[in-house]
Every structure is written in structure tokens, then in C-alpha cells.
Design a protein around this ligand. Structure first.
Ligand SMILES: Cc1ncc(COP(=O)(O)O)c(C=O)c1O
Length: 405
């Protein structure tokens, strides 16, 4: 192993949301944080050095993306997903969620039906509702410990929808969709003429033997109706640099997408987003290839610990992402009690399952993108809480609207 993922980095007092804003979000600061979807690992010098060198230069004027930037993106997509993309298809935005909102605003209108597949990353619901579109929940089905798409319901919802917001790999249920599933999905989208926003931000965090297939790679027809959103933010822990890479093969859709970006004057990117993304795609592969088995070991640590010490809580086996989906239904707590149990009794900051929509009740999402010692610390706190039979105290709702993020 070249990289030391056991090394602890103190993130306190860096204004990072995960560690420094616990009080605002949970009403308590002495919590062990395993929530926000970023990792506690320091990025490798292969990515850090180009950023430092650019910072050392000291002049930070308006900056465009070079040919080398696009080549790095194109090579990564070919190498990691065997997908040949063209430079013209690449459109950057300051994040995936901004790209989703832009697509909703440009390609759908007030009241249009938008399908999402809960339990799913909660900004999908927020984006649909904030834009006054109609939310159509095509809830996933949990069958034999693995989530599946409810095809019959999808077919039905597609009849009155304009767009599908797809999460691949899926946060939080950590499914890596198979080509067969993607083909079936593509067929439904084709027959019902849906635009697809395919959020593939977790595409690089895939566990053996699973393989990520970009939605748009399935067929030219599906590529023609899909906006695919990728980024280095999850894979290389660069979320604060705020740059995502959207792939839009359809000329007409891309033209409108880019025009809207220009209207908002958001077509330029932060210098460090450009440098960091390029460096990650050019030089980050070895780090990522060592990170993935480390994350898998973290998952095994959680699975074994729960089985041996807290059998009331089980974990869905992840196919991708560093986010674990914990089934806490056997605790027989309602969602308010479950949230309070984790915060007040266990001293843990996790993400409440109910936030992810229908099907999220009774679940908690645990982020294992951290050193193993940190995972163990979280598990031990949880085990202690299980033996504490004092009553669960439900505290006042924290005022997280005070956080400027
Ligand atoms: C599925 C998914 N999409 C998007 C994001 C955030 O994307 P961005 O920060 O680029 O807007 C996250 C972050 O957790 C995510 O899990």
C-alpha cells in the first residue's frame, strides 16, 4: 500500500460542514460525525501538488478549461467506464445539484411530473419541489436484502412524467445498476419520451465485482435523451472545489443547457476546480484503486461488528459508494425517536433515513469514508447506547437554516 488511509486528519476549525456545524444541524457539537457525504482522507500529493503550485503562482484571474482538461476527462471515461465521449459533449457546472436544477428549469415547466426513486439523495425531491414540478415517487423495492426498481410502477408513473432523475450508483441504497436494468429503464424512457437526468457522481466508488455502466452508454437512443452528471468530488474528495462534469451528447439539449448556463454567467469555473479535476483524472487512479478496498474493509468492519455486538441493526451490502444503509427497524423506534437515539444516546451524527423519502423510515445512513479507527469509534458508541436504558429524550429541532452553505 502506497497510501495511508489510517492517518487521521483533524478537520475541526476548517469550516467543513461535517465536523464544524454539528451544533447547527444536530443541536449538539459533541458528536462523532458520520454524515455529510465527503471523506475524512487527505487527497494524494498527485492532486494536492498541482493545486498548491497553482496557488503559489498567486494570480487568479478568469480562467478557461484547456485542451488538457478535456483530454483528462475523455481519457478517464474511456479507461474507467470504457465509454468514448467527445470533447463537445462535456459541459461543466459548479456541482451536480446545480446541473439538475438547471435541467429542471430549462427542459420542464411548472406542474410537470418528475420521477425520482426513493429512498434517494434528498436534494432530488427538494429540487423538484422548489421548482414547482410534480414529484412522482417510484419507490424502490427491498427484496432479499437488495433494492430493485419497481418496474410496473415506473411504467405507470412514466405515463404522466416528463423527466426521470436517476441515481447511479444509488445513494443511499448503494446499488450499482446492471446493464440489463439500464436497458429496461432506457426502454421505458424511450417509449414514454422522458428526459433522463442521470446523477453518476458516485460512479468511481464501485466494489468488486460490480461495474459501473454509464446510463448513456446503453444505446444511442438513451444517450440522446440523457444528461449525465459526473464529478471528482466524491471519488477524490474534492467537493469543496465545486466542479462537475456533465456529458450531453444531444446537440439540441446541450445547446439549450449551455445557453442557460451562459445566461446565468455560470459557464466559467473556479481555477482550483479545474486544476483539481484535471489532476485527479490524470494522476489519481492509483489512490482511488487503493481507496476502494480500504472502504470495503470498513464495510466489513461494520458488518462484523454489528453481527457480533448489535444484531438488532443490519447493513445492506453495498455495491458502491462509501455510504452504508443501516436497517434499524428492529429497534422499534419511530423516526423521531431513532434520530434522538443516535444523537442523544450514541453521540453519533448520521443521516436520518426518513430524509431520503418513502422507504427511508427505520433506516440511518452511515458514512464510512474515514479511517478505520473512526468507524470503530462510531460502532463502539453505538454499542454503548444499546446498553443504556435511560429514556430517549427528543430535543428541540436544531436551527440549521443558520448555516450558510
Ligand atoms: C447522489 C448525489 N448527487 C449529488 C451530490 C452533490 O453534488 P454537488 O455537490 O456536485 O452538487 C451528492 C452528494 O452527496 C450525491 O450523493
Amino acid at each position: 500500500m502506497k497510501y495511508d488511509f489510517n492517518k487521521t486528519v483533524d478537520r475541526n476549525r476548517t469550516s467543513c460542514i461535517k465536523w464544524d456545524f454539528l451544533e447547527a444541524f444536530f443541536g449538539k457539537s459533541e458528536l462523532h460525525p458520520m454524515w455529510v457525504a465527503d471523506m475524512d482522507f487527505k487527497i494524494p500529493s498527485e492532486i494536492l501538488k498541482p493545486i498548491q503550485e497553482r496557488a503559489e503562482h498567486g494570480v487568479f484571474g478568469y480562467t478557461a478549461k484547456s485542451n488538457e482538461f478535456y483530454s483528462a476527462v475523455i481519457s478517464w471515461f474511456k479507461k474507467r467506464y470504457d465509454w468514448s465521449i467527445e470533447k463537445e459533449w462535456v459541459v461543466t457546472t459548479p456541482g451536480v445539484v446545480p446541473a439538475l436544477n438547471l435541467a429542471l428549469q430549462e427542459f420542464t415547466k411548472t406542474g410537470d411530473g418528475i420521477i425520482i426513486q426513493p429512498p434517494v439523495y434528498f436534494p432530488f425531491k427538494d429540487s423538484v419541489e422548489l421548482n414547482e414540478r410534480k414529484l412522482l415517487n417510484n419507490a424502490l423495492i427491498l427484496k432479499d436484502g437488495r433494492y430493485e426498481i419497481d418496474w410496473k410502477d415506473l411504467e405507470k408513473k412514466a405515463e404522466s412524467a416528463e423527466m426521470l432523475v436517476f441515481c447511479s450508483p444509488h445513494n443511499p441504497v448503494s446499488r450499482v445498476w446492471t446493464t440489463q436494468e439500464l436497458e429496461r429503464l432506457g426502454d421505458i424512457c424511450e417509449r414514454h419520451d422522458l428526459l433522463v437526468f442521470s446523477d453518476e457522481i458516485h460512479a468511481d466508488i464501485i466494489f468488486t465485482p460490480y461495474k459501473h455502466t454509464p446510463t448513456a452508454k446503453i444505446s444511442d437512443a438513451l444517450a440522446n435523451r440523457t444528461i449525465s452528471a459526473f464529478a471528482t468530488s466524491k471519488s477524490f474528495n474534492l467537493a469543496g472545489l465545486q466542479l462537475s462534469v456533465n456529458i450531453i451528447p444531444n446537440d439540441g439539449i446541450r445547446k439549450r443547457f449551455k445557453l442557460t448556463l451562459e445566461r446565468l454567467h455560470l459557464n466559467m469555473s473556479n481555477i482550483f476546480g479545474i486544476v483539481g479535476t484535471q489532476a485527479a483524472y490524470e494522476h489519481g487512479e492509483k489512490w482511488l484503486d487503493e481507496l476502494l478496498p480500504y472502504l470495503w474493509q470498513n464495510y466489513l468492519t461494520v458488518k462484523t461488528y454489528l453481527r457480533e455486538n448489535i444484531p438488532e441493526i443490519t447493513v445492506i451490502e453495498p455495491e458502491g459508494t462509501y455510504l452504508l444503509w443501516l436497517n434499524c427497524k428492529k429497534l422499534e423506534l419511530n423516526d423521531e425517536e431513532l434520530a434522538a437515539f443516535f444523537v442523544q444516546k450514541a453521540g453519533l451524527a448520521l443521516t436520518n433515513g426518513i430524509m431520503f423519502g418513502p422507504g427511508g423510515d427505520g433506516f440511518m445512513r452511515m458514512n464510512i469514508g474515514c479511517p478505520k479507527q473512526s468507524v470503530i469509534k462510531g460502532l463502539e458508541s453505538l454499542a454503548n447506547a444499546m446498553t443504556d436504558d435511560s429514556p430517549i429524550v427528543i430535543g428541540p429541532a436544531p436551527a440549521n437554516d443558520q448555516v450558510d452553505c
